[in-house]
Ligand binder design. Structure first.
Ligand SMILES: C[S@@+](CC[C@H](N)C(=O)[O-])C[C@H]1O[C@@H](n2cnc3c(N)ncnc32)[C@H](O)[C@@H]1O
Length: 256
């Protein structure tokens, strides 16, 4: 039943119409027009916006009460095996990490336990209501190592070259500007830092999530590896619904 509410919330959420945006890429040899990074198409898959990036339809940004309840639902641990998900991040005490699209902080607070009092977790959100709830929860639980950050659709607003790990749990597929978000997140990682995608498996039709809110491992790799400072490290396929796809910022990558 909670899943039905969640799906309903996704349908009801109307996305704004996006104009075509031009990439910073150079003009092609045959025309003077720069290629579009994002485009609006007529075909819309369930849960999608009609906005496309690298041949993938971007999903709606989720919000609202049903989403809040869905993120904190008691059966989430069993359905998504979130304890194991956080273990797969291999966070060490003292590390600095970021949880992008932190929502209510369900994953953030588990990460905060893993990095301990000498570490820090930046909880980044664009939704003011989510951020306020997360901040209230952090105060209530007395976490001293969670820093909340109001990001934008293009920038997680993280300090450059400081993070050991950045994770996006069920989030990347709904970024309106995945290219710009990635560019800024890669800058925020230390050389050797890990960038982790936790995405619902598009390869598994039994995963009860709208198609636009799922991603295949191949598509994640395709979109991540246009960033030359990243290399693919490992994919864990052991969770029931999501795969955990890990990239590393190359040791030689300098801050730009
Ligand atoms: C499906 S929820 C996942 C929440 C959380 N990661 C979890 O698993 O509990 C996705 C969240 O990402 C946020 N979001 C979407 N685009 C974002 C962006 N560009 N930067 C930061 N947060 C974003 C949304 O506001 C929403 O709260």
């Amino acid at each position: 039943m909670p899943i039905l509410f969640y799906l309903l919330a996704l349908v009801l959420f109307a996305s704004s119409s996006f104009a075509q945006e031009k990439a910073a890429a150079p003009a092609s040899a045959t025309t003077n027009a720069a290629p579009a990074r994002y485009e609006q198409r007529h075909r819309i898959v369930p849960g999608g916006t009609g906005r496309y990036y690298m041949d993938r339809e971007i999903a709606h940004v989720v919000s609202g009460n049903e989403t809040l309840k869905w993120l904190e639902r008691p059966e989430r641990e069993q359905e998504e095996d979130t304890s194991n998900m956080v273990k797969l991040l291999v966070l060490k005490p003292g590390e600095k990490a970021a949880d992008i699209g932190a929502g209510t902080g369900y994953i953030t607070r588990r990460m905060a336990e893993a990095v301990g009092p000498k570490g820090a977790v930046y909880a980044v959100e664009i939704n003011e209501e989510m951020l306020e709830l997360l901040q209230a929860d952090v105060r209530k639980r007395g976490h001293t190592n969670i820093v909340s950050v109001r990001g934008t659709e293009t920038d997680a607003k993280l300090p450059a070259n400081t993070l050991d790990l950045i994770v996006m749990v069920d989030v990347y597929h709904e970024f309106t500007h995945p290219y710009e978000m990635m560019e800024n997140m890669v800058k925020a990682l230390k050389p050797g830092g890990r960038l982790v995608f936790v995405e619902f498996k598009a390869e598994d039709e039994k995963v009860p999530i709208y198609p636009a809110h799922k991603m295949s491992e191949a598509q994640v790799k395709r979109e991540a590896l246009i960033f030359k400072d990243l290399e693919w490290t490992k994919t864990h396929a052991t969770l029931p619904w999501q795969h955990v796809i890990i990239f590393t910022k190359k040791a030689a990558a300098a801050v730009k």
